[in-house]
Design a protein. Structure first.
Length: 100
């Protein structure tokens, strides 16, 4: 495995974990309904990163097709959660920014 791929795989894995953690934390909040957009964004980001991770790990020729979409979603996630004060949001923003 190339160093580039290892670094990318690490970033993708960290983004998946951070997004899933953030979504789970939001589901514990009192007003979950008000957080549906944030929860959906974390799920979208985690899903696209997980798919990209699998395709990169197996050197799929189709992985390159996901990079633009993945980077866009990661950047949107990072932008959104960098504005939130919760620790899990800050961790999610950091991981997504790195992945973007």
């Amino acid at each position: 495995m190339q160093a580039y791929n290892k670094s990318l795989l690490d970033a993708l894995n960290a983004a998946v974990a951070a997004c899933e953690n953030c979504a789970t934390a939001y589901l514990q909040e009192d007003d979950v309904q008000a957080l549906t957009r944030c929860i959906a964004l974390t799920h979208d980001c985690a899903d696209v990163c997980a798919l990209t991770l699998r395709l990169v790990a197996r050197n799929s020729a189709y992985a390159a097709h996901l990079h633009t979409t993945r980077a866009e979603i990661c950047a949107a996630c990072a932008d959104e959660f960098s504005q939130h004060e919760h620790l899990h949001c800050q961790q999610c923003a950091k991981a997504c920014r790195r992945c973007a």
